[in-house]
Write a protein that binds this ligand. Structure first.
Ligand SMILES: [Cu+2]
Length: 255
C-alpha cells in the first residue's frame, strides 16, 4: 500500500519524528471514516485523557530509531493500557489491538509492527471514537489539492480533536506546529527559512495523515498561541514541490 511507504520516502525532508509518522500513517490504509454520530460525552473522561496523552507522546517520540523500543515501552504502552481500561465495546477492542502493537514495538524496537491493515484500522477506530465521544472541540477539516478546507482561524484553548478527511486525489497530511515563544515570524517567513532554522522556531505538536477517502485524527490540548498546519507531501508524487507551496498551509490562533 502506498501509505506505508510514503512516510519513509519523505522522512529525510520532514521534521516529523519517525515513530509519530509511522503511527499516524496507519490511518491512511484503513479506509475508515469518522461516523459523525453526535454522542459527545459517551466516552469516559479517563479514556479521553489517555487519548490526548497518547497523541502527545507520539509528538514527543524520539527521532532516533534506536530509541523506538524503549520509548514505546516507557511512554506508549502504559498510556495505551489506560485507554483500554476506560473504553468500552468496539473502541476497547481497537485500543487493545493498538496496545498490542505498541507492545510488539517495545519488544522489537521496530515500528513496522504498525504497518498492517489491522493496526491501521485500530488506530482509526480509536481516533473516531475519541473524536465523536469525548467532551472536546471536534474540528473537521477537508484536505484537497491544495488546501485545508474548513480549518478554523481561531480556536479557544483546550482540547481539540482534528479529523482530517482526505477528499482529494493525492495523499495529504496535516502537520501541526506551535510557534515557539518569542518568535514572531509568519508561517510564510518560516517556510522560507533553512529547515533547521525553521524547526528551531517551531514546536511539533501532532500530525494526521491520510490517503484519499480516509479520515485520520489527532487529539491535542492546545495552549494559547499561534499554530500552523502544513502539508509537506510533494505535489503529484515524489519530485513535486511540497503541497504547502500550492496553498496547503494555514495559521490558527488559539486564545
Ligand atoms: Cu497535501
Amino acid at each position: 500500500m502506498i501509505a506505508t511507504s510514503r512516510p519513509r520516502r519523505h522522512a529525510r525532508t520532514r521534521p516529523v519524528p519517525h515513530l509519530a509518522l509511522a503511527l499516524v500513517s496507519l490511518a491512511a490504509v484503513s479506509g475508515l471514516a469518522a461516523c459523525g454520530d453526535d454522542d459527545e460525552g459517551s466516552v469516559a473522561a479517563e479514556a479521553c485523557d489517555a487519548a490526548v496523552a497518547l497523541d502527545a507522546a507520539f509528538a514527543a517520540a524520539p527521532q532516533d530509531p534506536a530509541g523506538f523500543g524503549p520509548y514505546a515501552e516507557a511512554e506508549l504502552v502504559p498510556v495505551a493500557d489506560r485507554l483500554v481500561e476506560h473504553l468500552d465495546g468496539d473502541a476497547r477492542e481497537a485500543a487493545e489491538a493498538l496496545r498490542d502493537v505498541y507492545g510488539t514495538i517495545a519488544t522489537t524496537g521496530d515500528p513496522a509492527a504498525m504497518e498492517t491493515p489491522e493496526a491501521a484500522e485500530a488506530r482509526a477506530a480509536v481516533g473516531a471514537a475519541i473524536h465523536d465521544g469525548c467532551d472536546l472541540e471536534a474540528v473537521e477539516i477537508s484536505a484537497i489539492e491544495y488546501a485545508f478546507v474548513g480549518a478554523p482561524a481561531e480556536l479557544p484553548a483546550g482540547r481539540v480533536s482534528f479529523a482530517l478527511a482526505n477528499d482529494g486525489v493525492e495523499e495529504h497530511e496535516m502537520v501541526l506546529f506551535q510557534r515557539a515563544a518569542g518568535v514572531t515570524d509568519t508561517l510564510e517567513d518560516l517556510l522560507a527559512l533553512p529547515e533547521e532554522e525553521a524547526f528551531s522556531k517551531l514546536r511539533f505538536t501532532g500530525v494526521a495523515f491520510g490517503a484519499p477517502g480516509t479520515t485520520s485524527h489527532v487529539a491535542v490540548d492546545l495552549t494559547p498561541g499561534t499554530y500552523f498546519l502544513v502539508c509537506f507531501i510533494p505535489q503529484g508524487g515524489e519530485d513535486g514541490p511540497p503541497h504547502f507551496t500550492g496553498g496547503m498551509q494555514h495559521t490558527l490562533t488559539v486564545t
